[in-house]
Design a protein around this ligand. Structure first.
Ligand SMILES: Nc1ncnc2c1ncn2[C@@H]1O[C@H](COP(=O)(O)OP(=O)(O)O)[C@@H](O)[C@H]1O
Ligand SMILES: CC(=O)N[C@@H](CCC(=O)OP(=O)(O)O)C(=O)O
Length: 296
């Protein structure tokens, strides 16, 4: 572990005092934090992330973590001699891949995050959408981005039918920090692999969260020249889809973010999870951080 930045006590006190208006503003509010697999590759950043989540909880904000794990699934598949294949940001999930997805996401990634939050002094509880059948899903029929009449078969990828927020709310009210794994429960007890951005966005809408923060491995949404777009409206997003500026994993992220903004989540941000304390930077300042997604 590298040493933490040394701050003089007087500065520390000033920094804390300046955080007060934001703590007051967000007290009692729910924040859904999507922790992307690409943002969780460094152990020190993971520990910082866990500490930030606990800090939010201790100042009276209700964090709900939804985690990804795309790169972690990718390396597990590689060890088995399989290569992952994506269509429009969705992993094509055959039966064998589904087994790997469940084992990596629920068995490894979720438990790593739960452990780190507990170690930082919080009380994290891991849940998959199968627990209490709280995320009900069916097989996704995915229209082609350019030709909506063409449907892609992406295997056991789930389309969310409903999210029952009661289990998450009960945990929140009881001082626990929910850590949600993006697996869906099907009518016949089958499991579905759901993109974590999609789960985080839908959960934020259902909970009527104050904020949705999607932590990833870019400074935010970038234009064709690589410049950060700090603020995007629905119309601007349509144009970025049209001209191909957005691709791969950014497709479900932006679509989900826009859906959440349109359905009443007050502020939606795509931010760089590789920056230490990224979510505190977003919460504790008025300066826009990363890309903010607006509903109109
Ligand atoms: N316009 C864009 N701006 C930023 N990233 C983009 C853009 N278009 C595609 N991407 C890709 O989306 C990736 C983030 O999505 P993803 O790999 O699914 O990350 P995560 O694991 O955080 O969900 C970026 O690393 C980048 O490669
Ligand atoms: C259907 C689908 O693509 N599911 C994702 C679930 C994990 C995820 O979303 O992880 P990130 O947030 O790290 O990308 C997958 O299998 O990779």
């Amino acid at each position: 572990m590298t040493e933490k930045l040394k701050i003089a006590p007087r500065d520390k006190a000033e920094i804390l005092a300046q955080a007060l208006p934001y703590i007051r503003k967000f007290h009692g509010k729910t924040m859904v934090i999507k922790y992307g697999g690409n943002a969780m590759t460094d152990p020190e950043l993971q520990a910082d992330f866990a500490e930030d989540v606990v800090l939010l909880k201790l100042v009276g904000i209700n964090p709900v973590v939804v985690h990804g794990g795309g790169p972690q699934i990718e390396s597990a598949l590689k060890r088995l001699g399989k290569t992952g294949h994506f269509i429009q940001g969705m992993r094509v999930t055959d039966a064998e891949t589904m087994g790997v997805v469940e084992w990596v996401l629920a068995g490894e990634v979720q438990q790593d995050i739960v452990g780190l939050i507990n170690q930082a002094g919080g009380k994290a509880v891991g849940l998959t959408g199968r627990d209490g059948a709280f995320i009900r899903a069916q097989k996704l029929k995915m229209p082609d981005q350019k030709d909506p009449n063409l449907l892609h078969d992406v295997g056991q990828v789930g389309d969310i039918l409903s999210i029952d927020p009661s289990v998450v709310k009960a945990l929140q009210d009881d001082a626990f920090i929910p850590v949600v794994t993006p697996l869906g429960y099907g009518e016949q007890n089958e499991s579905y692999n759901i993109n974590a951005d999609v789960v985080a966005s839908k959960l934020a809408s259902v909970l009527q969260a104050e904020k949705l923060m999607l932590l990833t491995n870019t400074p935010g949404v970038l234009d064709k020249e690589g410049n950060l777009l700090t603020n995007l409206s629905a119309r601007e997003i349509d144009a970025l889809f049209e001209d191909g500026t957005i691709s791969g994993g950014m497709l479900p992220k932006i679509s989900g973010a826009l859906d959440a903004a349109k359905s009443g989540v007050n502020s939606v941000h795509i931010i760089d999870g590789r920056v230490p304390h990224a979510m505190l930077l977003e919460i504790l300042t008025d300066t826009p951080y990363g890309t903010m997604i607006r509903s109109h």
